[in-house]
Design a protein around this ligand. Structure first.
Ligand code: SAH
Ligand code: SF4
Ligand code: F3S
Length: 438
């Protein structure tokens, strides 16, 4: 018998890449590859890349460069580049980096096993098609996942074309997977011990899968998923404010499994900048939406994304962003300095000076951190549900997530991953909470 080949995967970027990496590992698993955490042991290194900001993309090139020494030592080592950098710059990677054996885009990775066979015969392979067939039909039906939490991609791609963003180009047009497939994938995950599923899509709340009786929206999908016994928690990400339909908002009020956490990026609080970003909503529309969501689920934890230093952003525009943050009061938020991306409409516009963007980013992050701390501190004394995911850092400790997605660690020598426990929060630090079993 030949020795099982070892696969090392490095995943960059968003949760969709995490899901894709799992699926690629499953597809290659059927070809005899088993996954390793030790890159030096690998027969194949797969970089699943992100193109969203320049830094993320640059990192991929330096990581490929670092692999040169490994390949010199082990000429049989195969190097594969997948994900959004592969989609955007695959041909250039093949040209500039002869040590790369294989390039595959996010919509073509079901073809990996075929491509690997060609690579094993000494060819180099590239596939950045948006094939007409559904890649999910060609991936292993049984998920390898055996853990308390899982991602489930329900929708891919984006038709929104925000002026700064590469996603519509790297992931292509918006496509929703049929609900029947998603329900059976979810059941398979639950059968393997998953109790918390996060539905994924670049525009997840625009979901409109073709069901037996017409198109289903995300709310309908969530209501059907909630009927699966043993599935304790449902979440979804990332949403666009313009796609928060009434029935989805209502679901937050009456589906107990739908967790009180919503990531709802707004990007800016200035209407002028929102318009230049092609976001198609105003700050007022966003704030009204937040009020409506909080009316049905007052304790919902909101998180957001912000870009500072978008071309044309003035001090007044930035103040409007700070104002919006103060009004919303986020439980957490991500903020990024604008990064010009080749091929996007905003790429040729005059940039904001780097020092100005840096200082705005610092101010915004200080405000957001303050809100995040206040939100965590407010949890002290409250009783919450925690789903254990893994042992904590200290002996006898378990760690997991609360309904609000706070990381919580608990002293519990009998606990195991997958247990749902009731705890009282006794301590809060910046990134986690400590709880005591009730
Ligand atoms: N689909 C999601 C977000 C996708 S990208 C949405 O519509 O909000 C994740 C985040 O990266 C974005 O919300 C945005 O804040 C940030 N981002 C995207 N392009 C960027 C760029 N060119 N420069 C800096 N940040 C960017
Ligand atoms: Fe990018 Fe905008 Fe689409 Fe989000 S909605 S993925 S930010 S283009
Ligand atoms: Fe990055 Fe592609 Fe996700 S660009 S953020 S990996 S969709």
């Amino acid at each position: 018998m030949t020795k099982a080949k070892k696969l090392f995967i490095k995943t960059y970027g968003c949760q969709m890449n995490v899901y894709d990496s799992e699926r690629m590992a499953e597809a290659l698993g059927a070809e005899g590859y088993s996954q390793t955490d030790d890159q030096s042991q690998a027969d194949m290194v797969l970089l699943n890349t992100c193109h969203i900001r320049e830094k993320a993309a640059e990192k991929v090139y330096s990581d490929i460069g670092r692999l040169r020494a490994f390949k010199q030592e082990n000429p049989n080592l195969k190097i594969a580049v997948a994900g959004c950098v592969a989609q955007a710059e695959g041909a250039e990677i093949m040209r500039r980096m002869p040590l790369v054996d294989l390039v595959v885009g996010p919509q073509a990775y079901h073809r990996l096993p075929d491509m690997m066979r060609r690579v094993d015969q000494g060819e180099r392979a590239i596939d950045t098609d948006f094939p007409p067939e559904d890649k999910f039909d060609h991936l292993p039906k049984i998920r390898a996942k055996a853990a308390p939490t899982a991602f489930l991609t329900v929708q891919e791609g984006c038709d929104k074309f925000c002026a700064f963003c590469v996603v519509p180009y790297t992931r292509g047009a918006e496509v929703s997977r049929p609900p029947a497939r998603l329900l059976s994938e979810a059941r398979a995950l639950v059968d393997r011990g998953v109790r918390d599923i996060t539905l994924l899509g670049q525009n997840v709340n625009a979901y409109h899968g073709e069901g037996p009786d017409g198109a289903w929206g995300l709310a309908r999908l969530i209501r059907e998923l909630a009927k699966i016994d043993e599935l304790a928690r449902i979440r979804y990400t990332t949403s666009h404010p313009n796609d928060m339909q009434d029935d989805l908002i209502a679901a937050h009020g009456d589906v107990p499994q739908l967790m009180p956490y919503l990531h709802l990026p707004v990007q800016s609080g200035s209407d002028r900048i929102l318009k230049a970003m092609n976001r198609k909503h105003t700050a007022r529309m966003y704030l009204t939406l937040v009020d409506r969501i909080r009316a049905v689920r007052p304790d919902i934890l909101l998180s957001g994304d912000f870009i500072v230093g978008f071309p044309g952003e003035t001090d007044a525009d930035f103040e409007a962003t700070l104002d919006l943050v103060r009004q919303v009061n986020y439980g957490m938020a991500y903020s990024f300095k604008y990064s010009a991306r080749p091929g996007t409409p905003a790429a040729d516009r005059a940039p904001v000076a780097a020092e100005i963007a840096d200082s705005r980013l610092q101010r915004l992050q200080a405000l957001v951190t303050e809100q995040q701390r206040a939100c965590q501190t407010a949890m002290i004394g409250r009783e919450v549900n925690v789903l254990y995911e893994k042992p904590g850092r200290m002996p006898g400790q378990m760690s997991g997530k609360s309904d609000h997605l706070h990381a919580v660690h608990v002293q519990d020598t009998d606990g195991k991953p997958g247990d749902m426990v009731r705890v009282q929060i006794i301590e809060a630090s910046t990134n986690s909470l400590a709880g005591r079993l009730i």
